[in-house]
Ligand binder design. Structure first.
Ligand SMILES: [Zn+2]
Length: 424
């Protein structure tokens, strides 16, 4: 039995209506002519909605939806040390499981098909991702001053995680090695992470040059900028997703480009925490790959990729006084293609043979009328609630605005119930 999506517009094409056929995991036909269904096919009328391959959130901490709205107005270090970490120490595997499902429900509703996540109790994150039907590169955030001071144990957690989950859920789940940052991991921990990643063929997912303080501290300790420091340790030889990269100089950009590091740009988180804005225009001009991420909901406070791409172009254009600083197409490419590359997913362009990651988005709302160019409408006018249907690997996860793999009402009430234990 296949799926026949009729009367859909395709992102990147003209305004014609197409029929897309999905068999199993893949797209098997794309045609302007009508494609006759077989008797067992599920025929879906797209009502002239826009079909796109879905968004990739290249950097997040899914369970941090549990901290949505916690201390909204303090700087990064104070926020982590006085608010986030004390609550995180209390979180149980059960909290993380339900928190992840809540996050995935929000992400799916906004048309996200894949996420790069970094957290702890990662088995529970994996369990929730597996149930949701989405794709994910999961990692355990390693925090250790040295290998003898907790590092050995932290790396074993990642080894166990990789043995159990790398390639699991029909290949929808992969595992990365995540030394949390240059300021939370010592030099021998970084070297061991690089060794483990190389030995197991895993990528690295980390935070890099997020705040001025981080850069100043690393320079003082090592004489290098954070990217140069990681290069000296051999870390950037491993395929790396580096979140933030706000405070980077010309030499850093050349290095990130040369090593093919994928920067996960998180404009809302950087703006909210008052960390500045990553120079994505300069990055892209120098050949650095830039994907898009929301970061955790505690510093955003949403996991909404359409809102994030809007923040990306607004914040690229305003301060630079350049209306050409980031085009609609470039912003969408960051939220889709570049994220797929960063997560090691196969490209998806709604072509025959591509994996059937397909999102349908209505274009007939008042705020999207008249919908001329679909790329411009999506980047400049759409909102996440315009998403009506999500398919990942050909499997429907949301149909007509209803989630099929996550019981939202139950998830929301569990999260409220569980959080009450920690706040009372
Ligand atoms: Zn982060």
């Amino acid at each position: 039995m296949g799926i026949l999506l009729r009367n859909v517009r395709l992102l990147g094409h003209d305004a014609s209506l197409y029929t897309v056929r999905i068999d199993g995991e893949r797209i098997t036909a794309v045609s302007r002519a009508s494609v006759p269904p077989t008797a067992e096919d599920d025929v879906i009328d797209g009502d002239a909605k826009l079909a796109l391959p879905g968004f990739v959130n290249a950097h997040t901490h899914l369970p941090m939806v549990l901290m949505r709205g916690l201390a909204d107005d303090v700087p990064l270090e104070e926020w982590l040390e006085d608010y986030v970490w004390p609550l995180e120490r209390k979180l149980t595997p059960e909290d993380v499981y339900w928190g992840t499902l809540l996050a995935l429900a929000e992400a799916l509703r906004g048309g996200t098909v894949a996420v790069a996540d970094m957290y702890f109790h990662t088995d529970q994150v994996a369990r929730a991702v597996e149930e949701s039907g989405m794709r994910s590169v999961l990692s355990y955030g390693i925090i250790a001053r040295s290998m003898s001071d907790g590092g050995e144990r932290e790396l074993r957690v990642t080894e166990t995680l990789a043995a159990k989950w790398h390639g699991a859920a029909q290949g929808r789940i992969a595992v990365a090695v995540s030394p949390h940052s240059t300021y939370t991991c010592g030099e021998d921990v970084w070297r061991a992470c690089r060794g483990l990643a190389k030995e197991r063929g895993l990528g690295i997912h980390t935070h890099l040059s997020e705040s001025r303080e981080e850069v100043a501290r690393v320079r003082e300790r090592t004489g290098d900028s954070p990217p140069q420091y990681l290069e000296r340790l051999g870390v950037l030889e491993v395929p790396t997703v580096a979140a933030h990269c706000v405070h980077v100089d010309e030499a850093d950009l050349a290095l990130l480009a040369r090593r093919g590091v994928v920067v996960a740009h998180c404009p809302k988180s950087n703006a909210k925490l008052g960390n500045g804005l990553a120079p994505i225009h300069a990055m892209r001009a120098r050949g650095v790959r830039v994907a898009l991420g929301t970061d955790g909901a505690a510093s955003n406070n949403r996991l909404d990729m359409i809102e994030e791409l809007r923040a990306a172009w607004l914040l690229a254009r305003g301060p630079s006084e350049d209306p050409r600083a980031l085009s609609a197409g470039e912003a969408i490419s960051m939220a889709t293609d570049e994220g797929r590359a960063g997560l090691g997913l196969p490209p998806a362009h709604l072509k025959v043979g591509d994996v059937a990651d397909v999102v349908l988005l209505r274009l007939d709302a008042p705020h999207t009328t008249p919908a001329g160019d679909a790329v411009s409408t999506l980047a400049f006018s759409s909102q996440s609630s315009d998403v009506t249907d999500v398919f990942v690997g050909g499997r429907p996860l949301m149909r007509k605005g209803r989630l099929l793999t996550i019981d939202e009402e139950r998830v929301q009430s569990e999260v409220v119930r569980l959080l009450r234990r920690h706040t009372n």
